[in-house]
Design a binder for this molecule. Structure first.
Ligand code: SF4
Ligand code: SF4
Length: 145
């Protein structure tokens, strides 16, 4: 089984279509929606995790793409901008999974993406804006898939 985070952008034309229910029905994947902003007649966004075999996930992504959904595949739901980080340790103090930790030897924070459960508590506590949500990052940088 594979596990992927996906960030989807729905155009105005496809925002009213049952794309996600078709995705689950046709491709048998599990989808865990972490955040969604969908309004009728406006562009929509969704951050989700999908679970399934590699084949199921790649067929699901093809289906999304053919339905007019723009897909980004972030490694996480946020970007850690190390250059802005002052290693205050606030993220390590709140991180429930141990993905952010403070090294007792260097007094610097370390990040292990494999432990991250995408709760995003770290974004809220970072006073220095060193952690930015992927949606904001894509919005400000215009990053394409
Ligand atoms: S809260 Fe922000 S500035 Fe502080 S250690 Fe974490 S990422 Fe760095
Ligand atoms: S999103 Fe949650 S689990 Fe992941 S690093 Fe931030 S606080 Fe830790």
């Amino acid at each position: 089984m594979a596990f992927k985070s996906i960030l989807l952008r729905f155009s105005r034309e496809c925002v009213g279509e049952p794309v996600i229910s078709n995705l689950v029905r046709k491709h048998g994947i599990e989808i865990n929606i972490l955040r969604a902003r969908i309004h009728p007649s406006e562009e929509g966004r969704m951050l989700a995790q999908v679970n399934g075999s590699e084949d199921q996930i790649s067929a699901a992504l093809e289906y999304l793409s053919s339905s007019g959904v723009e897909i980004h595949l972030p490694e996480s739901s946020f970007i850690w901008r190390e250059k802005k980080c002052v290693h205050c340790g606030a993220c390590a103090g709140i991180c429930p999974s141990g993905a952010f930790t403070l090294c007792s030897e260097t007094f610097e924070v370390e990040f292990d993406i494999s432990k991250c459960i995408l709760c995003e508590l770290c974004i809220e506590v970072c006073y220095y804006s060193a952690i930015q949500s992927v949606e904001d990052y894509i919005e400000t940088r215009g990053v394409k898939k």
